[in-house]
Design a protein around this ligand. Structure first.
Ligand SMILES: NC(=O)c1ccc[n+]([C@@H]2O[C@H](COP(=O)([O-])OP(=O)(O)OC[C@H]3O[C@@H](n4cnc5c(N)ncnc54)[C@H](O)[C@@H]3O)[C@@H](O)[C@H]2O)c1
Length: 349
């Protein structure tokens, strides 16, 4: 069945998802919403022709919908998503789940046990086929027992104090981690599971309120230990670059957004002894890639996954439970920066 979609928040990410939704065969964008009414004519001029309303409640007085995409800043995710859940709509929220752990927990509590509602979070690297293949390698024991990792994410974005919600502690919940490095935290969670403990330092180089760099030693509940370093204040990274090196008892896996290199001591199933190299171009099969340099197939695949899950009544690949786990990682890193080593309680406790 065709999914009737409302997009709330017509800034940068609203336009990205609007363009993709426009070409997905099972989706029909029935309304666009933004508190900033001046955006109505602008979105029309770039081909997004659905009726425009300031709020979801206004839109629902005139149109019927099955699902919403919440592409507003994270400080408003909870209030907007709550309104959508009240109408029993399926809800995708952009990352991070919220600007605080409290809001991310409240969002998960709203949908816990309600399998009729599809809930998703926009950690789009989850939808890169290359990273999914790496997840299967780790899961299937190709690397033997994974023991440790080194991970980094760099970007050239902040070289002087900047204004706007993204650089405001109260609205964004932080800086580099909540806006950018959370994508890398999601990957670590997807590959290694729940974080058990962390020692982190977050540092402001240029921003007035939020951190520009983060360094951490992280211990996962499955015994994997590793280090993370990230900064959005490094020249030379116009396009964000993620890199990981994962060591196991049977070899290593070195990867970035564009390729992985696997080196095995002993062959494992289809993977030979020695080096195997896989490029993103070998795994990328999407029919529409809005921004090949940054996240293109990830955005397309995540929207496709959300729409298909809404249509088929299945859980999304990245749920609000997963979003909460990443929020716990960020919260622990911020606390650690003030208080020292943080031990996290297990979700099953
Ligand atoms: N997945 C990614 O790669 C990625 C990249 C950038 C941003 N994001 C996330 O996407 C979200 C949006 O970021 P952006 O860069 O598009 O922001 P933006 O500032 O460009 O746009 C946000 C829009 O939301 C509107 N808005 C704010 N509160 C609203 C409300 N209560 N109801 C309706 N409209 C409201 C604003 O008027 C604005 O037009 C954030 O959570 C951000 O962290 C994700």
């Amino acid at each position: 069945m065709m999914q009737r979609v409302i997009i709330i928040g017509m800034g940068k990410m609203g336009l990205v998802h609007g363009s993709i939704m426009n070409i997905l065969p099972d989706a029909e964008v029935v309304a666009l919403c933004d508190l900033d009414k001046s955006l109505g004519n602008y979105v029309k001029s770039i081909g997004l022709n659905a009726p425009f309303y300031p709020t979801l409640d206004e839109a629902l007085k005139e149109v019927q919908a099955d699902s919403v995409l919440v592409t507003t800043p994270q400080f408003s995710h909870r209030v907007v998503a709550e309104a959508a859940i009240k109408h029993n709509l399926h809800v995708f929220i952009e990352k991070p789940s919220a600007h605080t752990l409290e809001d991310a927990q409240a969002l998960y509590d709203l949908v816990k046990g309600r399998s009729e509602i599809v809930h998703a979070v926009g950690y789009m690297k989850a939808h890169y086929p290359l990273y999914q293949e790496m997840g299967r390698l780790i899961q299937d024991g190709v690397l033997g027992t994974v023991k440790n990792f080194r991970a980094s994410l760099y970007l050239s974005q902040v070289f002087a104090p900047k204004s706007g919600w993204m650089f405001t502690q109260k609205q964004a919940g932080g800086g580099l981690l909540t806006n950018t490095a959370c994508h890398l935290l999601y990957l670590l969670y997807a590959w290694f599971g729940e974080l058990a403990g962390v020692y982190a330092k977050t540092v402001s180089l240029h921003s007035k309120e939020v951190e520009d760099t983060a360094s951490a030693v992280m211990e996962f509940r499955n015994g994997v230990v590793g280090t993370l370093h990230s900064s959005w204040s490094v020249p030379g990274f116009q396009v964000e670059e993620t890199e990981v090196l994962i060591e196991g008892t049977n070899g290593i896996l070195i990867a970035d957004d564009n390729r992985y290199r696997l080196h095995l001591i002993n062959p494992h199933d289809a993977y030979p002894q020695g080096w195997t190299v896989r490029h993103r171009s070998e795994t990328d099969t999407v029919s529409f890639n809005l921004s090949p340099e940054y996240g293109g197939e990830g955005y397309y695949n995540e929207d496709l996954n959300f729409i298909q899950c809404c249509r088929d009544g299945k859980p999304a690949l990245v749920t609000w439970y997963d979003g909460l786990q990443v929020q716990k990682m960020m919260d622990a890193m911020y606390r650690s920066s003030r208080e020292g080593y943080i031990t996290l309680t297990s979700s099953s406790e």
